[in-house]
Write a new protein. Structure first.
Length: 146
């Protein structure tokens, strides 16, 4: 965690909850049996401006994706609709999950909500999340006395 904004944004209970989750995940003797893949799969990258989130959303259009952002979280929502005319009992194998889905991602640092942008191309959603000015490191010149 970045120490530059600890006074306004650090929540010790949230940090404890996150670390306890990591601890319990590492102690799980059957991780593959309990692991349920979340939809959509996402990646979050750090760049010089802030963060870049990419989500794979095959078969969806930009209009079918809803984004909501706060200074510390990004929520994605949508629905994967069933093929018309295909009933549940006609499936012999179904690996693609259908129906409503939602993902909420807690971001590593505060972002500037007014500068968030999103593009959708070839089934991939890309969201640019610039850091808030208060979250960016600031260089301070040290002067000497005497």
């Amino acid at each position: 965690m970045n120490g530059s904004n600890w006074q306004e944004g650090w929540n010790p209970f949230q940090e404890l909850h996150r670390e306890m989750g990591r601890l319990f995940e590492s102690l799980d003797p059957f991780p593959s049996a309990r692991h349920v893949r979340q939809f959509p799969p996402i990646n979050v990258y750090v760049d010089e401006e802030g963060f870049l989130l990419s989500a794979q959303l095959p078969g969806l259009s930009a209009e079918e994706v809803e984004l909501t952002v706060t200074s510390e979280t990004l929520s994605l929502r949508g629905e994967r609709k069933r093929v018309e005319g295909v009933t549940d009992d006609s499936y012999r194998r179904q690996e693609r999950v259908m129906g409503r889905w939602a993902r909420t991602v807690t971001l590593p640092d505060r972002i500037d909500e007014g500068r968030v942008s999103a593009q959708f191309a070839n089934g991939v959603l890309t969201v640019r999340l610039p850091r808030a000015e208060t979250a960016k490191p600031r260089h301070i010149t040290v002067s000497s006395q005497g």
